[in-house]
Design a binder for this molecule. Sequence first.
Ligand SMILES: C[S@@+](CC[C@H](N)C(=O)[O-])C[C@H]1O[C@@H](n2cnc3c(N)ncnc32)[C@H](O)[C@@H]1O
Length: 578
Amino acid sequence: MQKKDYLTWSHDKLLHEYKDLSKRKKFGLVWENKPEEVAEKCKESLPVLKEQKKKEIITNNNSINHIFIEGDNYHALSVLNYTHKKKVDVIFIDPPYNTGNRSWRYNNDYVEKEDRFRHSKWLSFMSKRLRLARNLLKEDGIIVVTIDDYELFTLGLLMDEIFFENNKIGVLAVESNPRGRTTNKFFATSHEYWLVYAKNIDVANIENLPLTEEQKKVFNLKDTISPYRLLPFRRSGGLSTPEERPNSFYPIYWNEEKGKISIEPFNDAVKIIPLDTTGRKRVWRQTRPSLMEAVERGDMVIKKNGNGYTIYMKDRIKSGRKSKTMWIDPKYDASSHGTVLLDKILNRRNAFDYPKSLYSVLDILSILASKKKDAIVLDFFAGSGTTGHAVLEINKRDGGKRQFILCTDNQDNNGSGTKIAEDICYPRIKNVIAGFKDSKGNKIPGLGGNLRYYSTNFVGNVKTDNDKRILTLRSAEMLCIAENTFEKIAEKKELYSIYENANQITGIIFDEDAIKEFKNKVKEYNKPLVIYVFSYNHTYDEDDFKNINNLIKVKPIPEVILNIYRKIYKELYKPKNL
Ligand SMILES: C[S@@+](CC[C@H](N)C(=O)[O-])C[C@H]1O[C@@H](n2cnc3c(N)ncnc32)[C@H](O)[C@@H]1O
């Protein structure tokens, strides 16, 4: 069929086509019609962040500032669309699995097994969040979503729709419950799935896992170059006959005294052809040019074998191995290395129902971010905070400066009377950062780092110029996060605030009448300076900021923030007659 050139079509013809296409049957997803209340809220008010200063944890002023956001992740992701657009390297999420066992609510009601629209509700919930999350990934960023059989197929279709099928780089099966779920009537489920998608497969890159001691042992020989093992050079099994691989069938000439191997005949050479033990013709593992390269490298070994010869090629030890899709290892057991570990850190029994094994998250991070030592890692279904713990651990191991951003709601922890953000996730991260005493009184040292704690907050939807001023005043925390400058070093209430980190100063001018005073104040500092200045529109007067030596950039606000919200909420604000 010829491709349609929509650009040349009239408005009416396009509208007709649109209606026609909308009627067609589509493979896949059925959406929930009832809007989600947390999203609808954004029609009336816009999300911002409020810092909970009392909950900050500072172990060292020059250390990495990790970020904790308490609140619904729809709102947190909206804010991050301003502060972290295209800045995130890795997203790891473990959303509610929608098992129907009163473990997940949609619009404040538990979604029960009998609910005919339970998959649609979950889909609508996840879709909104995944779309917001995709905007945050760097071009070479990668997202991992964990799931079990309840929503595997729904999630797979959704991921293909949002991230595109060709960006799917792996579907891992992780044995997280080696004993198997005994409550299952038929098969005892012992594994779950980790769906891994790149933002753009053409630029994505992942690392190998380091070899285990067991795997290293296989390379039991050694020469001056490296440890190696010998693999037979004659191919066996499938595609091993000359008819199937004519280019790999050829004689090899060999003279032991001269130590010479060639593909051309020479004096005193024996001729070796690839025959199997039954005398049938087979092929070599590689073609002539590759064989000669291996000869050059000193990688070919020929041994006399009865009346004949066996040819081997050295398989050299690798620095790591490509991760396989099946992850089976006692260290991935979520009970021993999730539940038990968490209870130990919190000194409490059965603190949280669904923590991941710390080591499973550590391994995925080493594959996705071992070389990215300043990666930003986001988990917006943080639960007990395993992802944050894994980032702290991997930083400790290799001296990296990766930063985590965790977001979790503060819902009651399955009727236990504890709150997930305040009583589980935050204390865990606090103990892991700062150190703690276990139940036997042993001192467990902290892994270091700082934590800045925020909760989601709202400003009335911006309709008037005064609303713009209010939004600007309440955006300070967002701007600090965007600039990574958290230490407040000067402030004049409702006029300006100044923040710093080791390399930069961020000034926020809330009132244009305070520009002169602000300029006088920043003369005291000589680090590079970024200024946010209140403006009713996208512009500011360049003359106002002349002759500031250390100035890098001036950014007018809040129009940019509003534009982000207009863009991500366009569905919420679309005119009724469309
Ligand atoms: C399966 S748990 C994640 C467990 C986590 N991977 C760990 O190892 O502890 C999912 C978490 O997402 C949180 N959650 C669910 N819906 C949320 C929402 N809309 N916004 C923020 N957090 C949410 C729940 O409180 C729950 O703790």
